[in-house]
Design a protein around this ligand. Structure first.
Ligand code: ATP
Length: 449
């Protein structure tokens, strides 16, 4: 492995942000107009990374289980939902203003609640005001009372309001879950740390409905499952932990919450919360809507309101954690030249890597496009491939290292005679000569997906 010193944590943040822009992972939104307030767009490589994170979650939470079904609920929602859920009243953060520099802060996120982190003034904050984080807008041509709608601040409520629909149509019975991936919106007081905290972001949430007396067991189960998910996808154990909330941290609906935390360059911070929400949500929606949101257990002749265990993760935040965990710099001999060189490599798990394979004809000469096309045609139905035919091959390898592509396949002039290609491994940089006809069989076990 690497002889070069690992980049210092503060350095790591800047390096990853820089790489994201340079290689097309993440761009500041509306950049040609000067950017738009901590809002980001995912570029050609970032969109693949984000999709892979969401697909890996869906695979583990829905595809590989028989007890979880999917949902895609609306983002625009009527006030009644948020009245019932408690968000209109409780979904607030404490906001303070510094009377000296007029900067705004979220009180509960300050290192020292008496010192302004911008200007250093002491005891300069206003009294905290509770600031509601929901984005409000108006449906239809007339703005005003009666037309208000909200952009959802979490995907969860769609699962509760559809509980009866899903129960009646899916033939599932508790314990069972409803999973959803989608955008959520929060008018954060202090967005920041790149895509860690933004006002528009993507969540991956699942509500798991269980018989009330089974909820402690399922809570433990989901804490363990979710921690393992990150680890199995390549985040090292030393960068992951599960932290149980103290009593005073619990949300209004929760009797137990644990966060999966990642060691970001600024310290431990949340990737996902796993909460035991009891029957709070179903009871609230039943009371406000007048619908019966219960399960009738025919065998036991019993009617009950299921309790809910909720693993709630952020897709965009998790994509950033995968980037941070994968980033490495190492000193290597320059390929083909023998000189010392530092290479940057993203050591993504193959399932997370944006491209699985890069197809690289050594030259743009037409005689190589035939076999290159043959290789692409063989691989593309199975794997997301990049194709690049310009620049020196060493530079193209470095570019693929920075995208985290596990394998490069090089087509050279010998290919015309031996019908074989060179397969280069991202992590070891080892090169193997492999017949084109056997390429898929060669790559499949190595890509572990
Ligand atoms: P925080 O304490 O960081 O504000 P939270 O505890 O309110 O987060 P949840 O409501 O539990 O967050 O949301 C579930 C997940 O959604 C979080 O663990 C995080 O990964 C993601 N998430 C929440 N808010 C944001 C945001 N503003 N930007 C990006 N991801 C977010």
């Amino acid at each position: 492995m690497s002889d070069a010193p690992a980049p210092a944590p503060s350095d790591l943040f800047d390096k990853v942000v820089n790489l994201c822009k340079r290689r097309g992972f993440v761009f500041p939104s509306a950049e040609i107009y000067g950017g738009f307030r901590s809002t980001y767009d995912y570029g050609p490589v970032g969109v693949l990374l984000l999709r892979n994170v969401k697909d890996a979650w869906w695979r583990s939470m829905v595809q590989l289980r028989h007890d979880v079904v999917g949902l895609d609920a609306a983002i625009l929602s009527p006030p009644a939902i948020w009245e019932a859920s408690g968000h209109l009243k409780n979904f607030t953060d404490p906001l303070v203003d510094c009377k000296v520099c007029h900067e705004r802060f979220r009180l509960d996120k300050l290192d020292d609640p008496d010192v302004c982190p911008k200007c250093g003034s002491k005891h300069s904050f206003t009294e905290a005001r509770q600031f509601n984080l929901m984005f409000k807008t108006y449906a239809g041509p007339i703005e005003g009372a009666g037309a208000e709608v909200y952009l959802r601040p979490e995907t969860a409520q769609g699962m509760f309001t559809n509980f009866k629909n899903v129960l009646e149509t899916s033939r599932k019975r508790p314990p069972f879950g409803i999973a959803q991936i989608g955008k959520s919106f929060r008018n954060e007081i202090t967005p920041g740390n790149f895509v860690f905290r933004t006002r528009e972001f993507e969540q991956m949430e699942m509500e798991y409905f269980v018989p009330p007396d089974e909820s402690p067991r399922w809570y433990e189960y989901w804490c363990a499952q979710r921690l393992a998910w990150y680890h199995d996808l390549g985040i090292p154990e030393r960068m992951l932990r599960l932290r149980a909330h103290d009593e005073d941290e619990l949300s209004h609906y929760s009797v137990g919450t644990s966060d999966v935390e990642f060691l970001f360059p600024w310290g431990w911070d949340e990737l996902e919360g796993i909460a035991n929400r009891t029957d709070y949500d179903l009871r609230q929606h039943a009371a406000h809507s007048g619908e019966r949101l219960e399960y009738f257990d025919q065998a036991a002749g019993e009617r009950y309101v299921p309790h809910v265990i909720e693993p709630a993760a952020g897709a965009t935040r998790t994509a950033m954690a995968f980037l941070m965990a994968a980033y490495e710099e190492e000193e290597v001999a320059r390929e083909g030249q023998g000189q010392g060189d530092v290479r940057t490599v993203l050591r993504f798990h193959p399932r997370i890597a944006p491209y699985k394979v890069a197809v690289l004809p050594l030259s743009k000469k037409p005689e190589l496009s035939g076999p290159a096309g043959e290789v692409l045609a063989q691989l593309q139905p199975h794997y997301m491939c990049d194709y690049d035919e310009t620049q020196a091959i060493g530079r193209r390898y470095r570019r693929q290292d920075e995208l985290g592509t596990p394998f490069c396949v090089t087509i050279d002039f010998d290919t015309l005679d031996d019908h074989a290609v060179t397969v280069r491994d991202r992590d070891t940089m080892a090169q193997d000569r492999v017949p084109i006809a056997g390429l898929l069989d060669h790559l499949r076990p190595r890509l572990e997906i």
